[in-house]
Ligand binder design. Sequence first.
Ligand code: ASP
Length: 242
Amino acid sequence: MRVLLGSGGIGIDERRTLYQELMTENFLECERVIFVPFASHDYDGYTKRMQEFAGQAGYELVGLHECQDPLAAIEAMDGIYVGGGNTWLLVRALHDRGLIEPIREAVLQRGVPYAGVSAGANVACPSMQTTNDMAITMVPSFETFGIVPFQINPHYYPGGIWYRETEDGEFQQHFGETRARRVSEFHETNNTPVIGLYEGSFLRCTEDNFELIGNKAAVLRKGEEPVTHEPGVFLRGDLTAA
Ligand code: ASP
């Protein structure tokens, strides 16, 4: 299996370059890669932006919404890239179109390379329950691809938030829940370990080996303190360091 999962947050040149390098490597030998734009409301616009961004990557991105027969397209294409946006919208569209099982099968059984950023990384997990997104639509089920055996919380940061009302204002503390607190609420009813990916970080995944690249990540387990890892670490499927 060849899978790349990212947090997003590639707002600076260094991170954009890393993203493009990792994507090119992930889809090396791929001629046509399916782009799944369903986390957005604007399938055409989103696909066009990603096609421009992929630029000289060496593969053609084809919007899944443009394919007459999505199941045949998944069979025929060399790679699958699921874009970010709202995870609820994405999960609903995947279930409504009957795409959960075919994409899981393509990646896990046939070894079709997969990349997912943010919402696209959320759906690589067993369920969508560790998304940060608002529930803007109903989903038939929280079940997602289960390509990796753990949960991801993208856009993770440690500690609380400090904010400024204006550009030159004073920093003030925001006393709302931290990400670790929200994940601990997930762990009230679930045992699956969660990896909180900092902005700009990626997991390069094979069957049983997960390499952290680009930025840090925190591993969060039920009833335990978060453990922070630096880029370069290799993790196992249970998120212990290899
Ligand atoms: N909204 C995020 C994204 O960009 C997903 C998340 O935060 O859970 O896809």
